[in-house]
Design a protein around this ligand. Structure first.
Ligand SMILES: [Zn+2]
Length: 682
């Protein structure tokens, strides 16, 4: 399944990918996700460790389920959504006359996914066409047509091809060629020489070999094939950029003509590829990482046609694994679940099928989901909070002690131009060309991927349509897109513990308010600040102000770079900078906006509820949405690939940098929750 986020979109948390998308089979959620002071551990000094104070009782009561690599309040909410979606899908899957075309699609997709006996019976037969086609390749010149086939099925082979905004002319959608074709989570995994990384590569090769034996190859042959896969992927990875560099828009924008692209790697038949994959004609595109394509030329030349056939066969099976028989699924989980994330058990079938249906037919499911769950009040109140936070950010920019008048003017223009998308899209996606066949799970997956690729490639050469959303409305997340200069809050996150219709402003500003602030701040983080009001990559800063900005963001970078993620592994201060900046700025904006509103309403700040003042309840609401525990394997992967810091830091470090927090709890200056030299940008 494809990662549906665009190259630059930044989110509140890591959007699950296949290997981390584990959901638990804990009892059907009856737990109230609303704010409760009963979760507080009053034996802990809030000035010493606020995260423990706010979360430790919850953490004790909520051990990580066996099929999860982490478990937090986010996940509780996600799980609630899964049960709602399951009900929707089970109803739609009853094969009776009168189902609408949309019900037929989601119902039959889900039913086919759940039909394990049909999947076992089909075995690897559905992949036979792929294997025959790979075996029939006569020369490396035929590689392009085979990559067309694999990309059409959703497999990630050799490189990536997509559409996206032109960074320097953001309302225009252009073609994008990107690095790809690697099985491990990041290019650095192929080269790091610490003990854990070496061990991990061994396990990966063993996994690839076992997948080949499952395809029927004998052990000797499978081991040799796995070695070839590892060699090709390692040599491809040499040309690839690491995750930290990929956050820098300057490093991932290279507008070339189609001829210039072809000259980087002439051995690959680009014309055959672009025509075959169904892209509209274009004469220029963003080659995100030219060195990768240049290196591809060498890698294609350096390996025999037989080696390439092995590599393609691996990606065909890897890319389709979720709808293959249990032996394949279990083997895949063993490496991508157990080894990389520490999960102990595979998720139950229905949860996997809910998530695959959401991934492949998300907007069909989403239409029914919002009809059932989303009220107008949530949208109105959230919009009002967005307005209040935007006002606070505007005031902050005007009052900034380090920013000059010219840059301030530009920043305010950008802030004014930010648009908000709340709840769900105004333009549901049309899936009418997609055929879903009951009983053909793998075919459905491939056709859905093909349809999705066509949907995205059709946009090449068109104007950006901001009504289209990058993910379905039941998603528990929120995003800022620097090329669109907009923030998106799906219906899925506008629920407790983030947003509660019945709660007062202190709780909602500490909850969803901080999330809104987080996304707004992304427009002005180390990455977002490089884009202007129209979403174009354009430097609107004076050189002096940029220097001031970098000194301040440097404080945050160094602060987090000192934190241990797990064992000997520290956080990457640069990789996590944008998110850490957004966390700090976001909570500060929510606080200011709330104080403003409270003052206007003459809120009595000394009146307590459950013996907590409104200020204290604001901070508690913030901390409690982050209560999470994570397995060490997942922490290790996260520290190397995820721009978000672990949740404990997202709570305590941010609060330590805000003296207003310490004041609310009357913390002494020497307390652990007080940073004597707090970082501050916005
Ligand atoms: Zn974020």
């Amino acid at each position: 399944m494809r990662n549906f986020l665009k190259v630059l979109t930044v989110s509140l948390m890591l959007v699950p990918t296949l290997w981390s998308q584990d959901k638990s089979e804990a009892a059907k959620p009856s737990a109230d996700l609303r704010f409760s002071v009963d979760l507080l551990d009053k034996n802990i000094d809030p000035c010493n460790d606020f995260y423990a104070y706010a979360c430790s009782k919850w953490l004790v009561k909520n051990p990580i389920p066996a099929d999860r690599s982490s478990w937090g309040r986010f996940n509780e909410l996600q799980q609630r959504g899964e049960y709602i979606v399951r009900d929707i899908l089970e109803k739609a899957s009853v094969n009776q006359p009168g189902r609408s075309a949309n019900q037929q699609k989601i119902g039959d997709y889900y039913a086919s996914c759940m039909d394990e006996s049909a999947i076992e019976k089909a075995g690897t037969k559905p992949l036979e066409r792929d294997f025959q086609s790979i075996a029939a390749l006569r020369s490396k010149a035929d590689l392009a047509q085979e990559i067309v086939r694999l990309h059409g099925e959703g497999a990630d082979a050799l490189f990536g091809f997509d559409s996206g905004s032109d960074f320097k002319n953001a309302s225009q959608i252009i073609a994008q060629v990107d690095q790809g074709g690697l099985g491990l989570p990041d290019r650095d995994y192929y080269f790091k020489d610490d003990e854990k990384s070496v061990e991990l590569r061994k396990k990966y090769v063993a996994h690839v070999a076992r997948m080949f034996t499952l395809l029927g190859d004998d052990e000797g042959k499978a081991a040799a094939e796995a070695k070839v896969v590892m060699e090709i992927e390692t040599s491809l990875a040499k040309g690839a950029l690491d995750q930290t560099s990929r956050r820098d828009p300057q490093k991932i924008y290279h507008k070339l003509t189609d001829k210039e692209l072809a000259a980087l790697s002439p051995v690959f038949n680009w014309t055959t590829y672009f025509e075959g994959v169904g892209a509209p004609r274009f004469d220029s595109l963003n080659v995100i990482e030219p060195d990768f394509i240049k290196n591809m030329q060498e890698v294609i030349g350096a390996h025999s046609l037989d080696d390439w056939k092995t590599y393609l066969r691996w990606h065909a099976v890897h890319g389709n694994v979720q709808m293959l028989p249990a032996a394949f699924v279990n083997e895949n989980f063993d490496f991508f679940g157990k080894t990389l994330t520490g999960a102990k058990e595979l998720r139950p079938r229905w949860k996997r099928c809910v998530s695959f249906t959401n991934g492949d037919l998300g907007e069909l499911v989403g239409q029914i989901y919002v009809e059932q769950t989303f009220g107008a009040e949530g949208k109105e109140r959230t919009l009002a909070m967005v307005g209040a936070l935007e006002k606070a950010l505007g005031q902050d920019i005007k009052d900034s002690p380090w920013m000059g008048a010219d840059t301030k003017t530009q920043a305010l223009v950008k802030l004014q131009a930010i648009t908000n998308r709340i709840g769900y899209t105004d333009k549901w996606r049309d899936y009418s060309a997609l055929q879903i066949v009951r009983g053909d799970a793998l075919g459905n997956l491939q056709r859905a991927n093909h349809n999705d690729l066509q949907y995205r490639l059709k946009k090449i050469g068109t104007r950006l349509d901001k009504r289209e959303w990058p993910y379905p409305p039941m998603t528990v997340n929120a995003t800022y897109d620097p090329t669109q200069n907009n923030i998106t809050f799906p219906a899925g996150i506008l629920q407790p513990p983030f947003y509660d219709n019945q709660a007062d402003d202190a709780l909602n500003f500490g909850g969803i308010g901080a999330v809104i602030g987080h996304e707004l701040t992304h427009g002005f983080d180390d990455q977002g600040s490089q884009f202007d009001a129209d979403g174009n990559l354009r430097d609107w800063w004076t050189a002096d102000d940029k220097k001031q900005f970098e000194a301040r963001t440097g404080c945050i970078r160094d602060q987090y770079a000192n934190f241990v993620a797990v064992d000997d592994l520290k956080l990457n201060g640069k990789l996590t900078l944008g998110e850490n900046l957004a966390d700090l700025g976001g909570l500060w904006l929510a606080w200011e906006a709330w104080l403003d509103k409270a003052a206007a309403a003459h809120l009595d700040m000394s009146a307590t509820e459950d013996s907590y003042t409104p200020e204290q309840r604001f901070w508690i609401a913030y901390a409690q949405q982050w209560c999470t525990q994570t397995r060490p394997e997942r922490l290790r992967t996260q520290a190397q690939t995820d721009p978000h810091a672990p949740d404990e830091y997202r709570t305590n470090t941010v609060l330590q940098d805000l003296p207003e927090f310490a004041k609310s709890f009357s913390c002494r200056k020497t307390a652990a929750m007080v940073n004597p030299n707090p970082c501050r940008v916005w």
